[in-house]
Design a protein around this ligand. Structure first.
Ligand code: 5GP
Length: 188
């Protein structure tokens, strides 16, 4: 399938944990409801307030692995001790219908999508500084110290991959970042 035409374009948003991808994406969707955001599968436990089928599909490892084996995931990766992946068929269906499709995923997944959908537009979200990223991850207050340390270690690796992406966007001021993202995606 070609994902190169503008209406059914596939956009991938990546960036280290805590960089504010989720907030940025939520604001983007509020302003552009025709964008369809993929709901990922994960083996991570739900955080408080997260809803099955809206935030994620929360799966056991066995079920996740069965989906991988059946080719049901467009991409998947292990992140901070849990599996995350993008269910394939809803993405393909929405693209076929000509809808803009957005994936908010980590680095390894973005690299897999780059191979399977070379026409996808890949945006990397960067923090203003590593110290600010650390402050945001700790301030979220949802993860154990062990999970925080793993996420920070991973963030250092992910930040080095920024030059691989079609565009880089510093998320300092949210409104400014949102405006730039809209421009990059052709929604401004
Ligand atoms: P969190 O546990 O904070 O919700 O997500 C951890 C990381 O997993 C984030 O960087 C997020 O973008 C990424 N992620 C979420 N869904 C997927 C997915 O379907 N595939 C991949 N590869 N990463 C994902």
């Amino acid at each position: 399938m070609s994902a190169s035409s503008t209406p059914g374009r596939l956009t991938v948003i990546t960036g280290p944990s805590g960089v504010g991808k989720g907030t940025l994406v939520a604001r983007l969707l509020q302003r552009h409801p025709r964008i369809w955001l993929s709901v990922s599968a994960t083996t991570r436990a739900p955080r408080s307030g997260e809803q099955e089928g809206r935030s994620y599909f929360f799966l056991s490892r066995d079920v996740f692995e069965a989906q991988v084996a059946a080719g049901g995931l467009l991409e998947w990766a292990e992140f901070a001790g849990n599996f995350y992946g993008t269910p394939r068929s809803p993405v393909e269906q929405h693209l076929a219908q000509g809808q803009p499709v957005l994936l908010e995923i980590e680095l390894e997944g973005a690299r897999q999508v780059r191979r399977s959908f070379p026409a996808a537009y890949q945006v990397f979200i960067e923090p203003p500084s590593f110290e600010e990223l650390q402050r945001r991850i700790r301030g979220r207050g949802t993860d154990s110290e062990e999970a925080i340390v793993r996420r920070l270690e991973r963030a250092r690796v992910e930040l080095q991959a920024a030059p691989e992406f079609d565009a880089r966007l510093v998320n300092g001021d949210l409104d400014e970042a949102l405006g730039r993202l809209e421009l990059l995606m052709g929604f401004a």
